[in-house]
Design a protein around this ligand. Structure first.
Ligand code: LLP
Length: 432
C-alpha cells in the first residue's frame, strides 16, 4: 500500500492532507491510519492464520493501546497481549472479550493477577516460579481454574538494540532453561488443581530482521516440549513464539514480509516436531510494532532554526523526547519530510531537535531538507509503535492528540492534553 504521496506542495498520508491536519488539530499531532492497521491484520490472516492450521495471533498492545485500537483488533479477530493492570483495564473498558486476552509481565502484582483471574483472561503468561505459587493461591481462594503458558528464556540473542533484546540467557524475562528450574516450574503447574498449563512462550526481542533466531529458538523449545513429555507425560498444546518482527524506519532497514518470519517458524515447528515424533502444538505469534508502527506518523511545527557555521543547523520542532523517546533511548533513526514543501528537492543537511531542556532531545541527527523555516510542518514517519505508548510529560509538555484516519474520515481518538490535565492529579499540603 502506498501510504504517502506529494500533491502540489503538500504531503498526503493515506489520502489525507497532512498540512491541513496539522492546522486543524494543532501540533505535535499523532496521526494513525486505520486502513494500514487493518491491511496488516489482513496480511497476517492471509500469510499466517489462513495459511497454517492451528495458529493464532495476538496484537502486543504495549506498542500502541487505546480503546479504539482494542475495537479494531477485536473486529479483526485477533487476541490481545496486555502487560499491566492498566492495559487490561483499557481492554475491559473497550469491552474486549477477556477470553482473548493474554496477560504478560515479569513482575505482575498480586492485585493485577487477582484482576486477571476475576476477569477470566484467556491466558496468563507466567514469568517465574513464584508467580505460579501466587497464582495457585489466588485461584484457590477464588475457586477458579487459570490457564497459563510458561515463558522461558531460550538463551537466543536477537540482533537489535540491547535494551530491547529479551531472549538471551541474562534477561529479566522468562524462566531459565536450566534443569532443576524449568522442570520444577512445569511440575508445579501440572500438579496444581487450579492451574492448567497450556504450553510455553518465548519472546526474543523487538525490531528483529533475521528469521534465523526464531528458527533456533523454536528448535530449543521443541526440544523442551519433548523432554517435558518424556519426564512428565505432559502434552504441550500451545507454543507462543512472541513478536518482534522488524519494520521500515529508514532505508538502512532490511525489511522483510511477515511470511519471511512466520514461514521460518512454521517450517521449523513442523520439521522438528516430526523429527522428534511429537504433536504439533497451536502456534501463536504476537506482533505489536509490525501491526501499528508504519500506520502512524507524527506532525510537528518548526520553530527556531539555528545555524552554527561549520558545525550544524539545528531545526527545533514543538515536540520531541516526550512524544518520541526512541531516538534518545535506542538511537532509533527516523525519516521525515517537510510536509508543506514536499515538492521541493532536499538540499540542506540539518538536525531536528526537540524542545526539551535536554541535549539528547534530538529526533533526527541528519536529515536532508529543502529550505526549512519557522512555521513549516515536519512529518516524521513510522511513529505508530512505542511513541504514544512511551510518551511522557517531561518539561510539563502536554501529550499530543491522536487523530485516526479511516478511509476519508478522521476522528480524534485521544484529545490533546491541556495545562489543567498537567496539574489535575496534584495536591498542595495544607499550610504551604
Ligand atoms: N510479546 C512480548 C512478550 C513482548 O515483550 C513484546 C515487546 C512483544 C510481544 C511485541 O514486540 P514487537 O512486535 O512490538 O516488537 N519500547 C521498545 C520496544 C519494547 C518491546 C517490548 N516487548 C521500542 O520502542 O523499540
Amino acid at each position: 500500500m502506498k501510504t504517502i504521496n506529494c500533491s502540489d506542495t503538500k504531503l498526503f498520508f493515506v489520502g489525507h492532507d497532512t498540512v491541513e491536519l496539522a492546522n486543524k488539530y494543532g501540533t505535535p499531532l499523532y496521526v494513525l491510519s486505520e486502513d494500514i492497521i487493518r491491511q496488516r491484520c489482513r496480511e497476517l490472516k492471509t500469510n499466517f492464520l489462513h495459511k497454517y492450521k492451528n495458529t493464532k495471533a495476538a496484537y502486543a498492545s504495549k506498542a500502541f493501546l487505546t480503546m479504539t485500537m482494542c475495537k479494531i483488533i477485536e473486529s479483526e479477530g485477533l487476541l490481545l497481549d496486555v502487560v499491566s493492570g492498566g492495559e487490561l483495564y483499557t481492554a475491559m473498558k473497550a469491552e474486549f472479550p477477556m477470553d482473548r486476552v493474554m496477560f504478560h509481565g515479569n513482575n505482575k502484582s498480586y492485585e493485577e493477577l487477582e484482576m486477571a483471574i476475576d476477569k477470566n483472561v484467556g491466558r496468563i503468561v507466567v514469568d517465574s516460579i513464584d508467580e505460579i505459587h501466587i497464582l495457585e493461591e489466588i485461584a484457590n481462594i477464588k475457586q477458579k481454574k487459570v490457564k497459563i503458558l510458561i515463558r522461558v528464556s531460550p538463551g537466543v540473542e536477537g540482533k537489535t538494540h540491547k535494551y530491547i533484546s529479551t531472549g538471551q540467557k541474562d534477561s529479566k524475562f522468562g524462566i531459565p532453561l536450566v534443569k532443576g528450574i524449568i522442570d520444577e516450574a512445569v511440575w508445579r503447574a501440572i500438579k496444581s488443581n487450579n492451574i492448567r498449563l497450556m504450553g510455553f512462550h518465548f519472546h526474543l526481542g523487538s525490531n528483529l530482521y533475521d528469521k534465523n533466531v526464531y528458527s533456533l529458538a523454536v528448535e530449543i523449545l521443541i526440544n523442551l516440549i519433548k523432554w517435558i513429555y518424556d519426564e512428565f507425560g505432559f502434552v504441550t498444546k500451545e507454543l507462543n513464539t512472541g513478536g518482534g518482527f522488524g519494520i521500515y524506519y529508514n532505508e538502512t532497514d532490511d525489511v522483510k514480509e511477515l511470511a519471511y518470519y512466520t514461514d521460518a517458524i512454521m517450517t521449523k515447528v513442523s520439521s522438528y516436531c516430526n523429527k522428534l515424533g511429537i504433536d504439533i502444538p497451536t502456534i501463536i505469534i504476537e506482533p505489536g510494532r509490525w501491526i501499528v508502527g508504519e500506520a502512524g506518523i507524527t506532525l510537528y511545527r518548526v520553530g527556531t532554526v539555528k545555524d552554527i557555521p561549520n558545525v550544524r543547523t539545528y531545526v527545533s520542532v514543538d515536540g520531541g523526547l516526550p512524544d518520541n523517546p526512541r531516538p534518545a533511548l535506542y538511537n532509533a533513526k527516523y525519516e521525515a519530510i517537510v510536509a508543506n514543501k514536499c515538492n521541493l528537492k532536499p538540499s540542506k543537511l540539518v538536525t531536528i531537535a526537540g524542545k526539551c531542556c535536554e541535549t539528547g532531545d534530538i529526533l533526527i541527527w541528519d536529515l536532508m531538507v529543502p529550505n526549512i523555516e519557522r512555521g513549516d510542518i515536519l512529518a516524521v514517519l513510522s511513529t505508530g509503535a512505542y511513541n504514544y505508548s512511551m510518551s511522557s510529560n517531561y518539561n510539563k509538555l502536554p501529550r499530543p492528540a491522536i487523530v485516526l484516519l479511516s478511509k476519508d474520515k478522521e476522528h480524534v481518538i485521544v484529545r490533546r492534553e491541556t495545562y489543567d490535565d498537567l496539574v489535575s492529579k496534584e495536591s498542595i499540603p495544607e499550610g504551604l
